[in-house]
Design a protein around this ligand. Structure first.
Ligand code: ATP
Length: 134
């Protein structure tokens, strides 16, 4: 069996993942990419999406990523995310409320920051889709 690669997913406020993985698949801004141990070094930005990896026991793990950067080295993947959480930590009610807030702001046609409201809406919808509640 191939050797594992070390995966670290950090945000400005917390470490979300710090463990060995058999394979990592991440939402690169140019498209999804997969990494196994021994991959050539590269740096890429990430878009909002889902990072998946197989942990050392082969179990598939799913992590919400709101965007950021990934550095790939032959033995390590480091993801610096704006915000991230494991699927099991996604709070459905919080995401539902965030979606409602964003939808209200977008419908108000008032003096709102459109880009910010749309980004909040996309985050909430993607969180809900990861937990099957979109
Ligand atoms: P909210 O308006 O509910 O804060 P948001 O999309 O603005 O949502 P982010 O800025 O992406 O939130 O994240 C802020 C912090 O809150 C991060 O630590 C993120 O992991 C966490 N977080 C946000 N929404 C959820 C959720 N539904 N479940 C669990 N953690 C969440």
């Amino acid at each position: 069996m191939a050797e594992n690669i070390f995966l670290e997913v950090v945000t400005p406020s917390k470490t979300v993942v710090s463990e060995e993985a058999q394979v990592v698949v991440a939402p690169g801004s140019e498209g999804e990419f997969g990494v196994l141990k021994g991959h050539t070094t590269f740096l890429t930005s990430l878009k909002l999406g889902t990072l998946r990896y197989k942990d050392s026991s082969g179990k598939e793990r799913v992590v919400f990523i709101s965007g950021g950067f990934a550095e790939v080295l032959p033995n390590k993947v480091t993801v610096l995310a704006e915000s991230a959480e494991r699927r099991k930590d996604i709070d459905a009610e919080r995401a539902r409320l965030a979606k409602e807030r964003a939808e209200k702001r977008l419908a108000s046609r008032g003096d709102i920051d459109l880009i910010r409201a749309e980004a909040a809406l996309r985050r909430s919808i993607h969180r809900l889709s990861i937990i099957g509640k979109a």
